[in-house]
Ligand binder design. Structure first.
Ligand code: SF4
Length: 349
């Protein structure tokens, strides 16, 4: 597999099936050669076009003369004592984003970024301190999976989950994220079932509504983090633009498949959003919804003005939700010791 740091030509990674068919035609080949190229590039999770010997040498040469497949370079890798790892990945223009590898028994979760930095400014998140630098392209989004899979020896036969919970708000980079999702979930592409791919949003209502209209879509998680509109607006300024009641209304009408549930993430912050009254208010917000709640004690850092809730508070909160018949799970973040945990991703300039 080729992992290229700086690439002079446009990236082949990120082209969808139709674009590869067009590329084949431009090179004087039938369209089905483009489909073979699509399958060859994505279904093996391997960037080596020269290894695709079912394609003629002439076609391979033509493709590579126009576009080189490239994943971001691994600039830093920080191994956690819990087996996870945080990667700083450098793209061709020198910008960097972070991705996290989290093994768990016979399955692995890759947490990937959709943007360099983030504009949303959640007050409990390190990434917010970077501001938004730019959106990632589809090739750069997929390239994170290729870089981590190559480094960790993962392939299409392993059970891999992908979560868009790294840097950035995925629904503010909708087109590139959804194109990446379609390539990931395509059985002739990367072959990762949609059930194993999750987009997490801070509550961008137009994006949620757009996602609801997509025929093929990943699972959806909403970063809730508050029990009232005022509390949410102070923790997540985006909530002034997309108010809590409207967010809940769009969640209530969101189409769910089979036994699917919406996931609500709730970062628990000492003395801010972790009281028994907060738990009752959260249960009221979610009443009647097919939903579950992930309770995530805040991952602290000196940059942030908050402390995590105590274990007792987290357990009490979970107890109230359970009593109100809202399934709630306590999630202990992986990779805290290497700043790989939820909300801790930050590339210093
Ligand atoms: S929590 Fe997510 S949406 Fe909020 S600032 Fe951090 S990266 Fe952006």
């Amino acid at each position: 597999m080729t992992v290229t740091e700086n690439q002079p030509s446009p990236n082949l990674l990120g082209l969808d099936r139709a674009e590869m068919e067009r590329l084949a035609e431009e090179l004087g080949e039938p369209r089905y050669r483009g489909r073979q190229l699509f399958s060859g590039l994505y279904s093996h999770w391997d960037l080596n076009v020269d290894a695709m010997t079912d394609l003629s040498r002439r076609f391979r040469g033509g493709v590579l003369s126009q576009r080189q497949p490239a994943a971001p370079a691994i600039q830093e890798k920080h191994d956690s004592c819990d087996g996870s790892a945080r990667y700083v990945l450098r793209f061709a223009d020198g910008k960097a984003a972070e991705s996290v590898y989290m093994p768990d028994g016979n399955r692995t979760t890759l947490c990937i970024s959709s943007q360099v930095g983030c504009a949303v400014d959640c007050k409990f998140c390190f990434t917010a301190l970077m501001g938004l630098q730019r959106n990632l392209t589809t090739g750069e989004i997929l390239g994170q999976i290729y870089a981590l899979a190559h480094d960790q020896g993962l392939g299409p036969r392993q059970r891999v989950n992908v979560v868009f919970m790294g840097m950035g708000e995925p629904l503010l980079n909708f087109a590139a994220v959804m194109k990446a999702f379609r390539i990931m979930s395509d059985p002739q592409g990367m072959g990762i079932p949609w059930r194993r791919i999750t987009i997490s949003t801070s509550g961008v209502i137009p994006g949620i509504e757009q996602l609801a209209r997509e025929q093929l879509r990943p699972k959806l998680a909403i970063s809730l983090n508050a029990s009232s509109a005022g509390q949410r607006a102070s923790l997540m300024p985006l909530s002034r633009r997309y108010p809590l009641d409207q967010l809940m209304a769009s969640c209530r009408t969101y189409p769910l498949r089979g036994r699917e549930r919406l996931t609500f993430e709730y970062v628990m912050i000492d003395g801010i959003n972790d009281s028994g009254e907060d738990a009752i208010a959260v249960a009221r917000l979610l009443r009647g919804m097919r939903a579950k709640v992930n309770l995530i004690p805040l991952n602290p850092g000196e940059e942030l003005p908050f402390r995590p809730s105590s274990s007792n508070r987290v357990l009490a909160f979970q107890h109230v939700l359970a009593r109100e018949r809202v399934p709630a799970f306590i999630r202990i973040s992986r990779g805290q010791d290497v700043r790989a945990a939820c909300g801790q991703l930050l590339v210093r300039r």
